[in-house]
Design a protein around this ligand. Structure first.
Ligand SMILES: [Zn+2]
Length: 60
């Protein structure tokens, strides 16, 4: 019974976060895991942005 309540609470929390991200980021980022940098718009494929993260080791 307690496990069911915890699962429901987590489900509601995840839905709330997704809705919050959707309303915050806009229509281009539906899930929240955008392949582009939210700051400069460069395509990063989910990785850190090379422009906004200058401390990357594999700098090309
Ligand atoms: Zn960036």
């Amino acid at each position: 019974m307690l496990l069911w309540v915890a699962g429901a609470a987590i489900g509601i929390l995840v839905a709330f976060i997704l809705i919050f991200k959707y309303t915050k980021t806009g229509k281009n980022d539906v899930i929240g895991f955008s392949s582009k940098c939210p700051k400069c718009g460069q395509v990063t494929n989910g990785l850190k942005c090379s422009k906004c993260e200058p401390n990357l080791k594999d700098w090309r």
